[in-house]
Every structure is written in C-alpha cells, then in structure tokens.
Design a protein around this ligand. Structure first.
Ligand code: ATP
Ligand code: MG
Length: 424
C-alpha cells in the first residue's frame, strides 16, 4: 500500500499514513493521536483493547505508521485538518523519541530563542516554524522561476574563497588555504560583473560572510543574497527587474502558501513602487524632523520611509558617490548611479550602474585608499568591449523577515551564524 500525505486524505479512503505523534489525548476507552507529516496534522482515533494496549507507551514525537479509514469529521484543534479524521485499524511504531528538550505542540509556550536554536531540528517541527521555511522555500523558487522564465537570465555559481578583499569596507573572515591566507567572500560582486559583461544576464543565490561585530536583529555574519546583474542597461532598468521579481514572489506566496500565511497570521500585499532621489529623501526627512544621514540613510530614515510608503518598494537613487563603493558609476556633482531599495522600513537591496571603464575604476579605487594592483584581473576584464551594466544584491533573510513581519532575523534562518552562535 502506498503512503498518503495528510493534506491528500479524502473521506471514504483506506490509507497508509506515516508521521510523528504531535499530541496524545487519552480518554479511558479511547485515544486521539494527532499525527503530523510534512503536509499537515490529522486526528487519528484509536479504539479497542488491542490497539489501546499496543499504543499505551507511545510518547510525543514517536514516528509511527498507521493503516486506517478516513471519515468525515468536525475537528477543532489548531493546525489540525478540521474536515476529516482517521479511524485507526493498525498502528506500528517506527522509532521512539527521548524526552523532548523543548515543547513542540503548545503554541502558547514561549521558549527562549536561544534554547529553540540549540534544538533547531526539533523547533522546525512546530507548524508555525515550518510555515516560515515553507515560505522561504517559495521565495527562493520564485526568484529562480522569474529570472529564468520571465527575464531570460541564467543561473551561475561563484567561488566563496577569495584571495583579496573584493570591496574593501566590511571586515572579512580570514581562513587558511594550504600555506596562504585567504578570505571568505563578502559578496560575488566582482564575479557577477565579469559574467554580465560576457553573458549579459546572470543571477545567483549566494552566501556572504561579513565579520562585522554588530549584534542586531537585522544582521547575520553569514547571510544569503539574491544577486542579479544585467548588461547594456542602467540602474533604472534593474530597479524595474527588482520590483518585478519581488512582486512575483508575493504573488507566488499568495497562491502557494495560503495555509502558511494563515498560520503566521500574515496579510501580504503585492508591493507598489516609488522612486525618489537621495536629495528628495533628505528633503522629506527634514520636513519630518528625522535625521537622515549625509551619504547613507540611517535606520530612522529607513523606518520613516516605511511609514510614509507602506507596502511599497521605495527606490532611493542618485545616491551620493561618497556613500557607495568604488564599482558604482559616478554621475558628476557628487552623485552616482547607485541606489538602495527600502521596503517596510528597512533596506532590502543595494545596487546600481557599475563602472565599466578601467580608468574610472582605478581613480575610484585610489580615492578609497585601495590599490588598483590588487584588482588587476577585475579591471582587465573590462578592456574587451565591456558594455554598461547594472545590478543589485538583495538579502534573502531580510526580505523574508519583512514579508512576515518577524522582528529578529535569526527566526528566518534555519541555522543562524551570529557573533556567538556557530552550532548547530
Ligand atoms: P546594511 O546597511 O543594512 O547593513 P549593507 O548595505 O551593508 O546592509 P549590502 O552590501 O548592500 O548590505 O548587501 C545587500 C543586501 O544584503 C542588503 O540590502 C541586505 O538586504 C542584505 N544584507 C547585507 N548585510 C547583511 C547581513 N549582515 N545580514 C543579513 N543581511 C544582510
Ligand atoms: Mg547596502
């Protein structure tokens, strides 16, 4: 007999179900087992001396196999299928569980985050936590689907070990590589540019490492980025691509993750877009009495933009060149082709038109006290018909936490790496 998933159970069918015991409700002559698999939870009715005896020592999170008949019902328990139940005809133990270090079936018990993360493999069995990662999975799939099917881009993979700092600025993690010193990549910036200048449209989901000693609810030391780069275009073209891909992600979530969004009590709207120059934002912030920042938006300004433009991706462009890295194209008058995208009060992405002219690159490197010699391969790659190009990097975890209204970024990472945590 083939196994049926909980979400596919239909009244009247004889089925085989496999899963874990989420909850046990013991009445004298009768027992309800709530059985959870990856698709949902079903109430199973255990009756009769033989089955009662067989299940008398069963505990929470034991994995079991059940044969039985599905019948219509009216079940009232959170996360459990309301329309049916399973009348158990036979049940077998697959494997026992030890005493649980965290409670899985009570959503009113708030276990401390660090205890939950220590036991993440159990924590993800909770329906609410599983819902987060179902959603994150759809977000990643939607990115790939949009890029390949709607945007004619190709997926690429890039090295994570680099010989020299790719951008300057952020602190890098050092590692030993035989008898040399190397770094873990802080972004795939230089690689995706080199690729775009030959293959035009490339994307990747890339892991980045940043040795910043911050301890905030929006930073990780290991994070994932959606990266995109396109040739023969400027920053406005790739802002449009960013807006479309985020809108596509939300549409996919609304269609494919209805149940997960319900479990998390999240109401998502397909975002609109708003374009403002950095100078316009400064003006707005002045009017609102919020300190903005000279070359960069500080967190209060980002928050304010979220209040002024709810459910909107705000593109802040014509950014002061002083606030952008060396590979962003200068526009004159202290401005650049760089932009940030702010959504729900937080930066979700940075991007811009890149410099494809070696002399400008060399000049901008020197202005930032970086040595052009360290960037020779990169600079040389633009000597063979490099077209104007632009792109962006958008944080996967940032986007997920903002979609879901989750406060701490660690909640949306299966196994987060922050300043103190490197296990599990
Ligand atoms: P922030 O100013 O918010 O610290 P950043 O400007 O240093 O971010 P970028 O280098 O522009 O970050 O990276 C692109 C995107 O990747 C950011 O907009 C953000 O969504 C995400 N991101 C960057 N750093 C982190 C981090 N430490 N943890 C989680 N996400 C990050
Ligand atoms: Mg940025």
């Amino acid at each position: 007999m083939e196994r049926t998933f909980v979400s596919d159970l239909k009244a009247g069918e004889e089925v085989l179900v496999k899963g874990w015991i989420y909850e046990i409700r013991d009445l004298a002559k009768l027992k309800f087992l709530l059985i959870r698999d990856m698709t949902g939870i079903v109430q199973c009715v255990v009756k009769g001396d033989e089955l009662m005896e067989k299940t008398k020592d069963f505990g929470l999170e034991y994995s079991v196999l059940i044969k039985g008949k599905v019948k219509e019902s009216n079940v009232k328990a959170e996360f459990v299928r309301p329309d049916i139940e399973l009348v158990v005809e036979d049940i077998e133990l697959i494997n026992k569980a030890e005493r649980l270090p965290i409670q899985i079936n009570d959503n009113n018990v708030e276990t401390e985050l660090s205890t939950r993360l220590d036991n993440r493999f159990l924590d993800i069995r909770k329906p609410k936590i599983q819902a987060i990662f179902n959603i994150e999975s759809t977000i990643m799939q939607a990115f790939r689907e949009f890029m390949v099917k709607e945007n004619r881009a190709m997926e690429a993979v890039f090295p994570s070990i680099i010989g020299a700092s790719s951008e300057g600025g952020t602190e890098l993690f050092k590692a030993k590589y035989f008898d040399r010193e190397v770094f873990l990549s802080q972004s795939c910036q230089l690689y995706k540019q080199m690729l775009a200048c030959s293959l035009e449209r490339v994307f990747t989901i890339f892991t980045v490492w940043r040795a910043e000693k911050h301890n905030t609810i929006r930073h990780l030391n290991e994070a994932r980025q959606f990266d995109y780069e396109e040739a023969f275009c400027d920053e406005f073209k790739v802002m449009e691509v960013l807006a479309k891909v985020v809108q596509f992600m939300v549409k996919e979530l609304l269609e494919k993750n209805k149940k997960d969004l319900e479990i998390l009590n999240v109401e998502l709207k397909v975002p609109e877009t708003k374009y403002l120059t950095f100078e316009e934002v400064r003006g707005l912030m002045y009017k609102e009495g919020v300190f903005c920042g000279e070359h960069d938006l500080n967190t209060d300004a980002e928050k304010k933009l979220g209040e002024l433009y709810p459910d909107t991706i705000v593109f802040v462009h014509d950014w002061p060149i002083a606030g952008k890295p060396f590979y962003i194209m200068p526009k004159g008058e202290g401005l650049s082709g760089g932009f940030d995208a702010i959504y729900k009060g937080m930066e979700i992405a940075s991007g811009g038109q890149r410099v494809h002219i070696p002399e400008i690159l060399e000049k901008q490197l020197q202005e930032r006290d970086l040595d052009p010699k360290d960037f020779k391969d990169y600079i040389d790659s633009f000597r063979y018909g490099a077209p104007p190009h632009a792109g962006w990097g958008m944080g996967l975890e940032r986007l997920t936490m903002l979609f879901l209204g989750i406060q701490n970024i660690r909640e949306v990472v299966l196994f987060p790496r922050d300043r103190t945590r490197i296990t599990p």
